[in-house]
Ligand binder design. Structure first.
Ligand SMILES: O=c1[nH]cnc2c1ncn2[C@H]1C[C@H](O)[C@@H](COP(=O)(O)OP(=O)(O)O)O1
Length: 225
């Protein structure tokens, strides 16, 4: 296939290309990221979630609804993006992206510093990624999902919102372990796992078991390619 080049996206597209591993990302404190890495490119993504107690087919407790999205590039991620030069601060840039990507009603659901969960440094890319999580009621969650269909970026940059399954099915593989074997943008997979652990959406034992099965699935996926 002909190499069409990256055009005016040469610089910014470098951030999103495939090939990162989780070892490329190092956790930073929020203050360290803002004070000592202010000259780096910053990106920010947000997770909206609602805990609930619904049991699917009387078998699987779904525990929480989490909003993720299928992106234009076929990768899964959270809504958000790179902070533009001149934007007041990281959360202002993030809220702009949330309005564009999921049509978020900023008068009710805007992200604030207090929603910050974790930040990561990708030293080789001079990139800092911030991650925020905001809990909403199930009614509000549904409203955010539905509104995403009329967001400016729906159908172009965002192909749709999705909810990752948090349960594991009887075979030990389908559900969360199989979901984690998808391809994710940046370190979105690690952010999801971090959020599940730190917000206690699953018990440590259940999460460990899911991660063990996920590793096994990845091994068989890689060996069959
Ligand atoms: O959900 C995500 N979690 C962590 N990193 C992510 C996520 N989505 C994308 N990324 C990475 C990929 C790039 O390195 C940067 C910025 O990507 P993107 O969100 O596509 O930014 P723009 O919309 O192009 O501003 O974050």
């Amino acid at each position: 296939m002909a190499d069409i080049g990256w055009g005016n996206l040469t610089n910014s597209e470098g951030y999103g290309r495939l090939g990162d591993t989780k070892d490329d990302y190092k956790i930073l404190t929020y203050d360290d990221a803002k004070v000592n890495y202010s000259t780096y490119m910053h990106g920010a993504h947000a997770m909206f979630y609602s805990t609930h107690d619904f049991t699917l087919w009387d078998l699987y407790n779904t525990r929480a609804a989490i909003l993720m999205q299928m992106r234009f590039d076929g990768l899964l991620g959270f809504p958000g993006g790179l902070i533009d030069q001149g934007e007041e601060d990281v959360v202002s840039g993030l809220n702009r992206e949330l309005e564009e990507e999921i049509g978020l009603d900023l008068t009710r659901f805007c992200i604030k510093d207090e929603n910050h969960l974790v930040s990561f440094l990708h030293e080789k890319k001079n990139l800092v990624l911030h991650f925020y999580a905001k809990e909403v009621s199930m009614i509000e969650f549904r409203e955010i999902e539905l509104k995403s269909l009329s967001a400016p970026d729906f159908g172009s940059e965002v192909m749709g919102v999705i909810r990752p399954p948090l349960f594991t099915m009887g075979d030990g593989k389908r559900g969360l372990p199989a979901f984690l074997t998808n391809s994710f943008a940046g370190n979105a997979r690690e952010e999801l796992v971090y959020a599940i652990r730190h917000l206690k959406l699953l018990t440590d034992t259940d999460l460990q078991e899911s991660l063990k099965e996920f590793e096994e699935l990845m091994k068989s996926k890689n060996s069959s390619e």
